[in-house]
Write a protein that binds this ligand. Structure first.
Ligand SMILES: CC(C)(COP(=O)(O)OP(=O)(O)OC[C@H]1O[C@@H](n2cnc3c(N)ncnc32)[C@H](O)[C@@H]1OP(=O)(O)O)[C@@H](O)C(=O)NCCC(=O)NCCS
Length: 153
């Protein structure tokens, strides 16, 4: 039942400053990569370089693509890349990568990155989302067909 008293309580709660959104790591999923940025990965402001994060995302995305291609792949496109929150030196980053599309020679992968910071306080923040396309290539570095799923071990 809504009373003047609990209506006031709700209004006070709504007006209170919002704590930053906290999320856990995605349940039941294994990250492709876990890595902690070092001071040498930071920019002059002390936050981690976007380029360093992009390199790790490219590596993480290439892992499922390489397994699906059963061999070498080359990154042909970064379709989207969003830095949702800053990354700090000492954050423990987890990179989750899922194949979202398989074409004739291409494999598109979605990568999500979570930072565990202040780890003793269990604070986890999604920091980056990206989609990249890889192309299966042969020894000549030319595109080759992605093998049918049933031929993979
Ligand atoms: C990757 C590479 C081998 C592809 O060769 P290409 O002759 O350009 O390839 P194609 O035009 O035949 O396209 C191959 C596939 O990539 C896809 N593709 C090409 N450009 C794309 C783009 N901008 N965005 C998304 N997909 C793209 C095509 O749709 C095609 O997919 P499909 O076969 O599943 O339909 C060549 O572009 C290359 O060597 N690029 C440099 C790669 C590199 O150095 N990456 C950085 C280090 S890994």
């Amino acid at each position: 039942m809504t009373t003047p008293e609990n209506t006031t309580t709700a209004a006070v709660a709504a007006a209170a400053p919002q704590a930053p959104e906290r999320q856990g790591l995605p349940p039941g999923k294994m990250p492709e990569l876990r890595v902690m940025p070092a001071p040498s990965d930071a920019n002059v402001y002390g936050d981690v370089f976007g380029g360093w994060i992009m390199a790790q995302v490219d590596i993480a995305g290439s892992l499922p693509a390489t397994r699906r291609a059963n061999g070498r792949v080359a990154t042909v496109a970064v379709n989207s890349f969003v830095f949702k929150n800053p990354v700090f030196v000492g954050d423990l980053l987890s990179f989750y990568a899922d194949i979202i599309k398989v074409g004739n020679t291409s494999i598109t992968v979605n990568v999500e990155v979570y930072a565990e910071r202040n780890r003793l306080q269990a604070c986890t923040v999604k920091v980056t989302e990206a989609t990249l396309t890889y192309v299966a290539t042969g020894p000549d570095r030319k595109p080759r067909q992605v093998p049918p799923l049933e031929t993979l071990l």
